[in-house]
Design a protein around this ligand. Structure first.
Ligand code: ZN
Ligand code: FE
Length: 255
């Protein structure tokens, strides 16, 4: 049985996720932006929190943790490289390590770039990938701490996962990301269609997260640095994809 995954809007535009394994009764929280909506979701589902998987140290991903743990003690896991600035951890992980939710095994992927030590969690048995501020719906996190080639390398590790993988990213930034994506990839019909779907979803106050990796590969400019049309549009035909990615990311920072 795959994990049952709940998307929980938090703060103004963050998402947390609960991943529940019905067989064992284990429930993992992925990131803790805000306690109240997460506690409400646990209560309404009747799920018992057993562990928390943190993606990176930014306040909007950890702020609710201590309040949650006060009433819902759970094992907290985060990246070894980020441990000095994360809340206290019970377990540290690095690239290639495994985490377990009941019988479901997740792989830890180092996706440094937005921060150094940012990790994603991939659960192949449930086709679920928790990316927070690395790969985002129609975007990627701003490169604050890492180098541009490092972020490109991180995204490239995610890009080769099975296309049917669901991408559970950390923010509802998709509509604004779409306005930028159009300036990089204006002649992409799949992007134009996605932008229309995003507008309809937001009009109906529906989240645009999760998305599928297949859709991101077809429409997310940050995964498409190899695309000849994008390279031509940027005047970078035949350039190293890492350099094309860096140019797209710099344009987004100025957008
Ligand atoms: Zn962040
Ligand atoms: Fe964030």
């Amino acid at each position: 049985m795959p994990l049952e995954i709940l998307t929980i809007p938090c703060l103004s535009d963050n998402y947390a996720f609960l991943a529940h394994d019905a067989e064992s009764g284990e429930t993992a929280l992925i990131d803790a932006p805000e306690a109240a909506p997460i506690l409400a979701a646990l209560a309404s589902k009747g799920w018992r929190l057993t562990q928390v998987l943190l993606t990176h140290h930014h306040w909007d991903h950890v702020e609710g943790l201590s309040e949650i743990l006060a009433t819902h003690p759970a094992k907290v896991t985060g990246a070894e490289a980020d441990a000095h600035r994360l809340p206290p951890l019970d377990a540290t992980v690095r690239e290639g390590d495994c985490v377990q939710i009941g019988a479901e095994t997740g792989q830890v992927v180092d996706v440094s770039g937005h921060t150094v030590g940012h990790v994603a969690y991939h659960f192949p048995g449930s086709r679920a990938l928790f990316t927070a501020d690395s790969l985002m719906a129609l975007g990627c996190g701003r490169v604050f701490e890492g180098a541009m080639p490092q972020m490109w390398e991180s995204l490239s590790k995610l890009a080769v996962l099975p296309p049917e993988t669901m991408v559970y990213s950390g923010h509802e930034y998709t509509q604004a990301n779409g306005r930028f994506a159009e300036t990089i990839d204006p002649d992409n019909p799949a992007l134009q269609q996605r932008i229309r779907e995003i507008a309809a979803a937001r009009e109906a106050e529906m989240p645009t997260v999760p998305s599928t990796l297949e859709l991101e590969l077809a429409t997310n400019p940050f995964l498409r640095a190899r695309d000849p049309a994008i390279q031509a549009h940027l005047g970078m035909q035949g350039a190293d994809p890492a350099e094309v990615f860096a140019e797209i990311r710099l344009r987004k920072d100025r957008f």
